[in-house]
Design a protein around this ligand. Structure first.
Ligand SMILES: O=C(O)CCC(=O)C(=O)O
Length: 288
């Protein structure tokens, strides 16, 4: 059995944008706090957007609809993930250094049911995680664009203990659907232009909408970011002995991210690190 670690009790530290006083007068912080998302153009290099789009198309030609951690093989994907103006923006809004830890490149719409990323990867303290969805081409409404629910970031951060069972499809997804309906949260759809980025707060509920025209691509890159000075967890794999600590790679610095809580260094279990290394090797082989 893999090691899990009992963490010191979570304190009430929150990202800077979540407190009205911390970034007073900052329109982006106010928008992220109110709606749970911000859309911006960070001036990605045209050459990087084109190269990342080509790399993503190659994933499609190999029969996949998405590639995880393509940054390992493609420098343009890595440069988009670690684009300095984007990292500076996120670090300012959160009040801690942002770093990318995972990329997902999509050839076509994912049609993923609404979810919050906090069920897949969370942090202690919570909310120190965000997703950035970059359009690698102009996104058509019929291509199954990203669907999101403004304001839903204020719903509870669910853990497996809050839902009536442990199965993601049978229990988590219907629970989310019911919570969105009960809260009156309305779906909106993102159709950004090439180069625009859609930034979502950790608990904004989102997914992939229905693909209406299967011939259309939806070339896009989602990068997930953590913030320094936290412990990084996988709530879906939480066990009776406590949180599941992730093995996290800081793509911008090219090394494993240190984790700490209450001044104490925290380490993932050895099996987690070995499994993560194995998955990475498989990904490198799959997309080579
Ligand atoms: O792009 C999509 O269709 C969904 C992406 C997503 O849910 C995610 O990366 O967390």
């Amino acid at each position: 059995m893999d090691a899990t670690t009992a963490l010191p009790v979570a304190d009430d530290v929150t990202p800077a944008f979540m407190s009205e006083g911390a970034l007073a007068g900052d329109a982006d912080a106010a928008k992220l706090r109110r709606d749970g998302f911000v859309i911006k153009d960070f001036g990605f290099a045209d050459a990087d957007l084109a190269a990342a789009a080509d790399a993503t198309r190659r994933v499609g030609a190999a029969g996949h609809i998405r590639a995880q951690d393509l940054w390992r093989r493609d420098t343009a994907v890595r440069r988009i993930a670690a684009h300095p103006p984007l990292l500076d923006f996120l670090s300012r809004l959160y009040g801690r250094r942002a770093f990318p830890f995972q990329t997902l490149n999509f050839v076509r719409g994912s049609q993923q049911k609404p979810h919050s990323d906090t069920m897949h990867f969370s942090s202690n303290p919570v909310h120190f995680m965000c997703g950035v969805w970059v359009a690698l081409e102009d996104i058509a409404a019929e291509a199954g664009p990203l669907v999101y629910y403004p304001g839903s970031q204020n719903l509870p951060v669910y853990s497996l203990n809050d839902i009536p069972g442990t199965d993601y499809i049978a229990h988590y997804e219907p629970h989310v659907r019911a919570a969105l309906d009960a809260g009156g949260h309305q779906a909106e759809f993102a159709t950004p232009k090439k180069g625009e980025a859609f930034i979502w707060a950790a608990n904004l509920f989102h997914g992939g909408s229905r693909v209406q025209n299967a011939k259309l691509t939806r070339l896009s890159q989602v990068t997930h970011y953590y913030f320094e000075g936290c412990v990084y967890t996988t709530p879906m794999r939480e066990g009776p002995r406590g949180p599941h600590i992730r093995s996290v790679f800081d793509i911008s610095r090219g090394g494993h991210a240190a984790q700490s809580r209450g001044g104490r260094r925290i380490f993932p279990g050895l099996l987690t690190m070995a499994a993560s290394r194995w998955r990475n090797l498989k990904r490198e082989a799959l997309y080579s």
